[in-house]
Ligand binder design. Structure first.
Ligand code: PHE
Length: 468
C-alpha cells in the first residue's frame, strides 16, 4: 500500500542522509512527553528509582523496539498499517490498533498544548510574579474554570488545535520542522540554565537527591509500568509512527547509530526537565507528598515560581514557554498528520476534508479532557475513577501501547525471526548490539510486558498502589 499523503512523503526527499532522519524523528519524539510528562511521573513514582528504571528500559527495551520499528519500515517501505500485514497477514490488525494511539493522544495533547500557550501568553504580558504568588491556586483555577473567556482552558485548547491543523492543512510542517530543529538547541541551552538555577535554590538539594539517588523502597511494578508507558510515549514508539519514519530512511544510513542518537537526545531533554522541576518542588514546597504527586499540573505550578525567583525571570519564562510551545507543536503536527493520512487512505476524502474531519473529532474528544477537571457535568464523569485527560493518557500509554509492543515482539521474535531486522541493520554496517536485541525482542520484553499488563489490571482493580 502506498503511503499516500503521509507526512513523511514530503520529507522523504529531505532526509538528506542520516542527520536528516535523526532530526526528523527527534522532532516528533521531543515534545510535551519530555518536558511536561516525564518530570511529573518521576516526581510521583519515586524519583531516582523511576529515573533508573527509565534509563535501563530506554537502552534495552526502547532501543530494541525502536530499532525493530524503523527496520520494519525501511525494509517494507510501508507505513504501519501495511507493514505489519506484509510481514505476516495475521498481524495486519496490529497496524490499525497502533494507529488508534495517535487518535487517542492528539486530543489531550492539544489540551496540554493549550495550557502551554496560555502560560506563554500570560508570561509575555508580564504576569510572571502574579502567577507565581499563588501558582497552585492559579493553575487549579485555570483548569477548573468555566469563567471568563480567556481564563478557562477551552479557547487555549482551540488555539493550539487550530494552529496544528493549519500547519497540517497548509503543509507547512516542513518549515516548522526546520524552525524547530534550529530552536531545539536553544531549548537545551535554556533548560540547562534553568536547571542550574533550580538546583541551586535553598532546599533544592533534597530534591536533587530524591531525583538522582534511587530509593529501592519506592520500587513497584507500577514504577516499571509508568516508566514503560513514558518510554513509548516519549520516543513515539509502539504506535507505528517510527515505522513510517523508517520507510523514508536511506538504506545506507547507519540504523543502529541513528537510533542511539535519537534516544540520547530524547532522554537528555527529559532528564533536564526533571532537573528543572523536581528540585524546585523541594525548594518551594518542601517536597511533601501532595506537592510531588501533583500530576499533570506539576510543571505549571513549579516553573513560574522558579522564573519569579530569577533575574529577568519574566523574559526567560516567556522564552521558555515559547520554546516548549514549538516542541509541542512539532509533535502535535506529527500526531495529527498520522491520523489525517490514515483517514485519507481509508476514506479517500482528500487531505483537506480529512484534516477538517479529524480536527472536529479532536475537538470533540479533546473537550472532554479540557473540561474533565472542572466542576461541570464533564468533570463529574470519571471513567475508572480518573479525569478524562488522565484516562485517555492511561488507556493509550498503559494499555494499548504495551499490547502493540507485545505483539510486535512476538511478530519479530517468533514469527518472522529476528533476522528480518538484523539483516536490515547489517545492510549499513555491523550490528553491534545484536545479541542484546535478540534477547530483548524474544524473551525479556514480551515477558516484562505481560507482567506489566497484568499488574496494571490489578492496579486498576485496586490491588496495587500507583507510584510512591
Ligand atoms: N513523543 C512525543 C512527546 O514526547 C509525543 C508524540 C507521540 C509525538 C507520538 C508524535 C507521536 O511529546
Amino acid at each position: 500500500m502506498p503511503q499516500k499523503g503521509f507526512v513523511m512523503k514530503k520529507q522523504r526527499s529531505s532526509f538528506t542522509g542520516q542527520i536528516g532522519f535523526v532530526l526528523a524523528a527527534a522532532g516528533s519524539a521531543v515534545g510535551l512527553g519530555n518536558i511536561w510528562r516525564f518530570p511529573y511521573l518521576a516526581a510521583q513514582c519515586g524519583g531516582g528509582i523511576f529515573l533508573l528504571v527509565y534509563i535501563i528500559l530506554a537502552v534495552t527495551f526502547g532501543f530494541a523496539l525502536m530499532l525493530a520499528e524503523v527496520a520494519i519500515g525501511r525494509k517494507t517501505r510501508l507505513s504501519s498499517i501495511g507493514a505489519y500485514g506484509k510481514l505476516d497477514r495475521r498481524f495486519s490488525p496490529l497496524g490499525l490498533v497502533g494507529s488508534a494511539v495517535p487518535a487517542i493522544i492528539v486530543p489531550y495533547y492539544c489540551v496540554i498544548g493549550g495550557w502551554v500557550t496560555k502560560y506563554f501568553f500570560e508570561f509575555a504580558r508580564g504576569r510572571c510574579h502574579e502567577i507565581a504568588a499563588d501558582a497552585d491556586g492559579y493553575f487549579d483555577g485555570f483548569i477548573t474554570a468555566s469563567a471568563r473567556f480567556l481564563d478557562n482552558p477551552m479557547p487555549w485548547f482551540l488555539i493550539f488545535l487550530l494552529l496544528t491543523a493549519i500547519c497540517v492543512l497548509a503543509g507547512v510542517d516542513k518549515g516548522i520542522e526546520k524552525v524547530s530543529t534550529f530552536l531545539m538547541p536553544v531549548l537545551v541551552v535554556l533548560s540547562i540554565v534553568v536547571a542550574f538555577f533550580s538546583v541551586t535554590r535553598p532546599g533544592a538539594l533534597e530534591g536533587v537527591k530524591y531525583y538522582l539517588l534511587p530509593d529501592f523502597s519506592h520500587f513497584s511494578a507500577m514504577t516499571v509500568l509508568a516508566a514503560m508507558g513514558q518510554l513509548f510515549y516519549s520516543m513515539s514508539i509502539a504506535m507505528g509512527i517510527m515505522i513510517t519514519y523508517g520507510s523514508y530512511m536511506k538504506k545506507e544510513d547507519d540504523l543502529e547509530r541513528s537510533i542511539g542518537q535519537i534516544e540520547l537526545f530524547d532522554t537528555a531533554i527529559a532528564f533536564l526537565a526533571g532537573l528543572m522541576i523536581i528540585p524546585a518542588v523541594f525548594a518551594f514546597s518542601g517536597g511533601d507528598e501532595s506537592a510531588l504527586g501533583k500530576g499533570p499540573g506539576l510543571m505549571f505550578v513549579t516553573l513560574p515560581r522558579v522564573f519569579a525567583d530569577m533575574e529577568l525571570g519574566g523574559l526567560i519564562g516567556t522564552l521558555f514557554f515559547l520554546l516548549v510551545l514549538f516542541a509541542a507543536l512539532t509533535s502535535a503536527i506529527s500526531l495529527l498528520e498520522t491520523v489525517v493520512s490514515i483517514v485519507d487512505d481509508k476514506a479517500h476524502w482528500g487531505r483537506q476534508r480529512s484534516t477538517i474531519a479529524v480536527t472536529v473529532f479532536v475537538f470533540a474528544l479533546g473537550s472532554l479532557s479540557c473540561y474533565g477537571y472542572g466542576s461541570g457535568i464533564i468533570g463529574a464523569i470519571k471513567p475508572f475513577g480518573m479525569a478524562f485527560l488522565d484516562f485517555f493518557d492511561f488507556l493509550s500509554n498503559s494499555v494499548i501501547m504495551p499490547i502493540v509492543a507485545f505483539f510486535t515482539c512476538i511478530l519479530i521474535g517468533w514469527v518472522t525471526g529476528t533476522n528480518i531486522v538484523s539483516d536490515e541493520v547489517e545492510l549499513s554496517g555491523p550490528f553491534r548490539r545484536k545479541h542484546l536485541f535478540e534477547l530483548m525482542i524474544k524473551w525479556i520484553a514480551p515477558i516484562c510486558l505481560v507482567a506489566v499488563l497484568v499488574s496494571s489490571v490489578l492496579e486498576n482493580l485496586g490491588y496495587l498502589r500507583y507510584g510512591r
